[in-house]
Design a protein. Structure first.
Length: 385
């Protein structure tokens, strides 16, 4: 059977996209997400591991500050270690069922999976975390990949060429982060004549609530200076509606329930529609994205949506990571390294009022995140090897 292992929210999102393609072709892949949102797993996929909720992102979240936070918290340390050991236990328990595995993530996960499965298991590695254009693989990672991977799938063509020169069987099909976006065709805009802003506060609880509050201040400034707009907010299932309420009511916002997956944030005449499980549809209809970076921002660029990002130290992400993402996505994103309500709102208004600039940045994003039905092609590759 084919197994898929992943170790991040974005990585698990992509893993689910590939799993759906395998299911369409008659397979029932085994899924092992070390970290990630697994509520969207369908019956066509066998979920072999349910990850604990990890406050600071888990072992795979490369942040020194979050590592320290975890170590200093006995509960979090125990939770992280337990999550990791149970993940390895489930891999080993199922190893006789697995003849092929796709690892979606970084070399750390590749090492763990390779050492946990049977020696003859064929290994495909989708290296989403690293690129030779931005954060290069270390020499020992390249050596391990060459020795232990049957096929390396890269997120960009240049990285594939680098590894081919090293004698690695490397392929590039396009960036699967784009083709894994689940768009059902739902349009949640209240007024289709107005411009639409999508808020992406992040998927980790320890910072998302505070980031959302900052974004709401930006929304207020936009409405004051520009006028009314549609505002959508895509929430991960890891984010609690009750915790959102606790944080926003301190700033004079109230929550109005619509159904199990949708609710409104309201302040005066301003409305923000928040929803779970509809990221793809919200992204599809928006004009501009406001985020703090991450996989979702890269997916936005791939769909031709210009993004405005701001650095926030609460994320625990090293500022150099933002600079790498800025280098990778080019002018499709505008990053503010200091949070400024006035400057960020002005940038979004500039994009709202300048269609040619939105289109220009959108085309840059599409080129930087080139995709060509890559999830389907990866599924076909897994079946063939």
């Amino acid at each position: 059977m084919i197994a898929i292992a992943s170790n991040g929210f974005g990585e698990t999102y992509v893993a689910l996209g590939i799993a759906r393609e395998l299911a369409k072709k008659g397979g029932k892949p085994l899924l092992f997400p070390l970290i990630g949102n697994i509520k969207g797993v369908s019956d066509e996929v066998e979920l072999c591991f349910v990850p604990n909720e990890t406050r600071f992102g888990g072992f795979a979240f490369w942040s020194f500050s979050n590592f320290i936070r975890t170590i200093l918290s006995p509960f979090d340390s125990k939770n992280e270690i337990s999550n990791f050991l149970n993940f390895v236990k489930q891999l080993r328990k199922n190893k006789d069922r697995i003849d092929k595995v796709l690892v979606v993530g970084d070399p750390f996960l590749l090492f763990v999976v390779k050492k946990s499965l049977s020696k003859g298991t064929k290994v495909a590695f989708l290296s989403l975390f690293k690129s030779e254009l931005t954060e290069r693989h270390f020499w020992f990672e390249k050596k391990f990949i060459k020795k232990n991977v049957d096929v390396l799938i890269t997120r960009d063509e240049y990285t594939a060429e680098v590894f081919k020169k090293l004698g690695v069987n490397a392929v590039f099909f396009g960036n699967p982060m784009v083709s894994s976006i689940d768009i059902k065709g739902i349009d949640l805009r209240e007024n289709k004549e107005l411009k639409t802003l999508l808020l992406l506060p992040g998927s980790r609880e320890y910072y998302a609530y505070g980031v959302l509050v900052k974004m709401l201040y930006v929304v207020e400034a936009i409405v004051e200076k520009y006028g009314f707009i549609n505002v959508l907010c895509a929430l991960s299932d890891t984010i609690s509606k009750e915790r959102v309420k606790e944080n926003v009511i301190k700033h004079d916002w109230e929550i109005i329930d619509k159904d199990d997956n949708l609710f409104l944030l309201s302040k005066g005449l301003i409305r923000v529609l928040c929803g779970y499980g509809i990221f793809g549809d919200m992204l599809n209809v928006c004009d501009v994205v406001l985020s703090v970076g991450g996989t979702a921002t890269e997916q936005a660029s791939g769909l031709g949506k210009p993004s405005v990002m701001f650095y926030d130290s609460s994320t625990g992400i090293n500022i150099n990571w933002f600079k790498r993402q800025e280098k990778m996505l080019g002018e499709s994103v505008k990053i503010f390294y200091k949070f400024s309500i006035n400057e960020i709102s002005n940038e979004i208004i500039h994009l709202f009022t300048n269609e040619s600039e939105r289109r220009r940045r959108g085309e840059i994003g599409k080129k930087s995140m080139y995709d060509n039905n890559s999830t389907q092609k990866i599924a076909e590759l897994l079946i063939s090897i």
